[in-house]
Unconditional design. Structure first.
Length: 330
């Protein structure tokens, strides 16, 4: 159990926000498989305060999609404060600030991971948001540093977060310069954990229960934040939980179970996005579910050709024993 303000979580395994990935369809499938706390995709505070249609679409949720955190990204303290008030009013369970995004469009004006170099600006943003968040927990998700891999920048940021009354932080063990390359530095995450008293979630390269246990052992963190390991793999939550509880990990899903979960994800995606955009999104999502399995390259090539929901369903249904009946290898 872990408690952040009044938010009580049964498990210390949480799902990270991932733009373009952790949308409503992803979350509903993940929740059926044991995910508890999730985040939506990051939302720009500037878009939210203008009630931009795309921002509001990203924030779509339903009653069963709880507990859910809203992650805001931006660099202007007053806009971040205003966005935090709007987000709390929309009923989310937690508000998080993004201090990790590496994309130049975000870092250029001073948001995302650029805040790691500007502790005073970050403090002003924390204050503006904290003032406007009345009931729910407020947290920060950060990288280790902008370019400095030591963890010193994240330590400073976590300490400021603690001083400003944030409920917890999560730390991705890579710098902005590393983007997604190399290995997450769990030792440096451990330095951040030891520098503050608020709960710290460790993030980066946790793809199994064994990884989660090692990350917790090395860092001493209070919880684990899963990222890419959950893409096309909603079974990860129960298998991580089992290992952390000292139980044997559940058996791997069969191909039929993978197909079923993918088709459920696809159906939700098409319902939410409409047939055109939904099918486009599903091309990418199919790759997640079958990545690394025999026949995955053939499957990817075929899925990339599909244009309608019916074609998509037919293609996946015909993929049996990791093969297509009409493929040259069969
Ligand atoms: C496609 C993609 C989108 C992401 N979007 C966000 C985001 O919106 N907000 C955020 O804080 N982190 C974002 N991240 C970072 C992840 O949440 C996570 O910190 C990172 O992938 C490291 O964890 P992992 O090694 O377990 O994947 C994103 C990562 C990826 C790959």
């Amino acid at each position: 159990m872990i408690q952040l303000k009044d938010l009580k979580l049964k498990t210390n395994i949480i799902q990270s926000p991932m733009a373009g990935c952790t949308d409503l369809a992803f979350r509903l499938v993940a929740r059926e498989h044991g995910m508890e706390m999730a985040f939506m995709e990051m939302v720009s505070c500037e878009s939210l305060i203008r009630h931009n249609r795309k921002a509001l679409e990203l924030m779509k949720t339903v009653e069963s999609d709880r507990p859910l955190g809203c992650q805001l990204v931006g660099c202007r303290a007053d806009a971040m404060g205003e966005a935090a008030a709007i987000a709390e009013g929309m009923g989310y369970d937690l508000i998080d600030i993004n201090i990790g995004c590496p994309v130049p469009k975000i870092t250029g004006p001073g948001g995302g991971s650029a805040l790691l170099k500007e502790p005073d600006a970050a403090r002003a943003i924390f204050k503006a948001m904290q003032k406007n968040i009345k009931r729910i927990p407020f947290t920060a998700k950060m990288r280790l540093g902008f370019a400095d891999p030591s963890g010193d920048e994240a330590i400073r940021m976590a300490q400021i977060a603690e001083e400003e009354g944030l409920a917890a932080v999560s730390v991705h063990g890579r710098t902005r310069e590393q983007a997604y390359t190399g290995k997450a530095n769990w030792d440096a995450i451990g330095r951040v954990k030891r520098a503050v008293k608020i709960p710290v979630f460790g993030n980066g390269d946790v793809n199994s229960g064994e990884d989660a246990q090692r990350m917790l052992d090395i860092t001493g963190c209070d919880g684990v934040m899963l990222g890419r390991g959950a893409l096309g793999n909603p079974w990860i939550y129960r298998s991580v939980q089992a290992v952390l509880d000292g139980r044997p990990a559940p058996v791997e899903p069969t191909l039929e179970e993978r197909k079923k979960a993918f088709l459920q994800h696809a159906e939700l995606e098409i319902k939410n996005e409409g047939p055109y955009l939904g099918v486009l999104k599903c091309r990418k999502i199919a790759c997640w579910y079958f990545k690394g399995f025999p026949g995955a390259a053939d499957l990817r090539a075929r899925v990339n050709q599909v244009e309608t929901p019916d074609q998509l369903i037919e293609t996946i249904s015909r993929f049996n024993n990791y093969n297509f009946p009409d493929s040259q290898e069969s």
